[in-house]
Design a protein around this ligand. Sequence first.
Ligand code: GRF
Length: 199
Amino acid sequence: MTDPKRVAILISGSGSNMVALAESMTGDHPARPVLVLSNDPGAKGLDRARAMGIPVAAVDHRPFGKDRAAFEAALMDRLAEARPDILCLAGFMRVLTPGFTEAWAGRMLNIHPSLLPNYRGLHTHARALEAGDAEAGCTVHEVTAELDGGPILGQARVPVLPDDTADTLAARVLVQEHMLYPAVLRRFAAGDRTPVLLP
Ligand code: GRF
């Protein structure tokens, strides 16, 4: 058996997708988590990763101000130590420059809470409700220089219910995120880019 793929997970917040990914990488899974990295030293997800025994690091973006390249160089330094084969963005709320996305082309995934290509960017659930959509969902895609625009690797759909608010819809989609992202990562780490479609 070949060595498992090394996965670094980038977070900014609570890290529930990170936990779902990390918990999935056991047994015959073709990957293992080697680092959880945050741009926010106070991110709750760092504590959760620590509790799971995963190495953690933070590169605070704030001292870098508008200098995204310098912030990303610091991320790169930290990643170089962990030697990941794959990066998973999981609620990582910094826009990455083409220099970074090109360095990780074909090796970096993201989860986005909409059925892409609908609703790139922020406030996806409110926008789906406003549009009167009958269904919503989430997408895992490869990260390219185009924000939320890379090749789609999987999608999961949920119904929009009559009384939904952005919060209730987000909670229903998040349950699916926690199933979709691990399913896509398992397939991707095994070298298969066929999209996963849930449910
Ligand atoms: C998820 O909805 C993800 O799709 C979005 O931010 C949220 C992150 O949640 N971009 P968590 O940090 O994984 O709990």
